[in-house]
Design a binder for this molecule. Structure first.
Ligand SMILES: [Fe+2]
Ligand SMILES: [Fe+2]
Length: 344
């Protein structure tokens, strides 16, 4: 079967075990909190304290609701904008097998967007409004998707590093305090794990191919390494949303903790691939963690603000897709109205 003929990746199975454990806890616990009596605020506090799940029907502080909408919408936008850099290679994939795999992967990302917009809608927002906020820049998406995909090896580097960083970020969200988000994340993480594995496999094949192929793989890693590290967000000292998100148990680990986990895992995997990470200062410390060079956070903020290499292109493409799809939305609305009329 695809992907089974390549070496195991250190650390990868452990992430999937964490997802499985979160899923067991979720189904074992049932919906809602621990049934604590009391006012709405007390109920919310009690559910959070007991590590329960807040559900759409539950009263929740307005700030919690708003913070979740911001985070889930940003996540949903990232999934669908993230289809573009790799979609760029579907027509140029080097074989029919590679094309089929990449098509399935890009389609998965559309599905992730769908789960997440649906999760956001349980908080009382309309996905059309979220979409508008993406298009006019009021809501963001992950800065990583503003970098170009220059060669086929970039598809491998994105799968290995970008989907890999996404999993490390998202596995703890399987235990997020908001039920619909946690449940969406369990499914997303299982699929992301497959994406990460396909990227690793592409790089493994290239790394063991001709010298030119190996050089192409190394060049892609050199370009994607630091933007991938930046995916975890600013350092803890500059992170504005972290403390409150941790108190609400939306977030479980800090940006720097997750970044370290990713570095530790990836250094070992790079060794198996026989490729190197572009950081001459990587050192294994006595605490068992790898010391590494921080990404350029000024560049991260420049890209977040809209001045990355591909920001304009990504949003223009998205806007064109939205406008081209207007007739589908109109037809669906007209059809729904007609059915409504028929049943009254
Ligand atoms: Fe995804
Ligand atoms: Fe993915």
């Amino acid at each position: 079967m695809y992907g089974n003929d390549i070496p195991e990746q250190p650390g990868h199975a452990r992430l999937l075990d964490e997802v499985a454990a979160a899923e067991r806890d979720l189904t074992g616990r049932g919906l809602g909190g621990d049934g604590t009596e009391g006012g709405a605020d007390d109920y919310f506090g009690a559910v959070i304290a007991a590590d329960g799940k807040i559900e759409p029907r539950d009263e929740m502080p307005e700030a919690y609701r708003k913070s979740l909408i911001r985070q889930i919408a940003q996540h949903a936008h990232s999934e669908i904008i993230g289809m573009q850099p790799e979609g760029n290679w579907i027509s140029r994939a080097p074989s029919l097998k590679r094309k089929a795999i990449l098509l399935a992967k890009v389609q998965d990302e559309a599905g992730h967007g769908l789960y997440l917009y649906a999760a956001a809608e349980t908080l009382g927002v309309d996905r059309a409004d979220l979409y508008e906020m993406l298009l006019d820049g009021r809501q963001k998406y992950s800065s990583i998707f503003n970098y170009p995909t220059l060669t086929w090896a970039d598809v491998g580097a994105i799968g290995w590093l970008v989907d890999g960083a996404a999993i490390v970020n998202q596995v703890p969200l399987c235990r997020c305090s908001y039920g619909p988000y946690a449940r969406a994340m369990i499914r997303v993480c299982k699929e992301e794990s497959f994406h990460q594995r396909q990227g690793y496999e592409i790089l493994h094949v290239l790394a063991n191919g001709s010298p030119e192929q190996k050089a192409m793989a190394q060049d892609a890693i050199d370009r994607w390494w630091y933007p991938s590290l930046a995916m975890f967000g600013p350092p803890d000292t500059d992170s504005t949303h972290s403390a409150q998100s941790m108190a609400w148990k939306i977030k479980r680990f800090s940006n720097d903790e997750l970044r370290q986990k990713f570095v530790d895992m990836t250094v070992q995997q790079a060794e198996v691939l026989g490729l190197s990470l572009p950081d001459p200062d990587l050192r294994l410390g006595e605490d068992g963690h790898w010391a590494y060079t921080q990404p350029d956070y000024d560049e991260l903020f420049t890209v977040i603000k809209g001045d990355g290499p591909c920001n304009r292109q990504r949003i223009e493409h998205r806007r064109a897709a939205w406008e081209d799809g207007a007739w589908v939305r109109e037809a669906a609305t007209a059809y729904a109205k007609k059915r409504e009329g028929a049943t009254v």
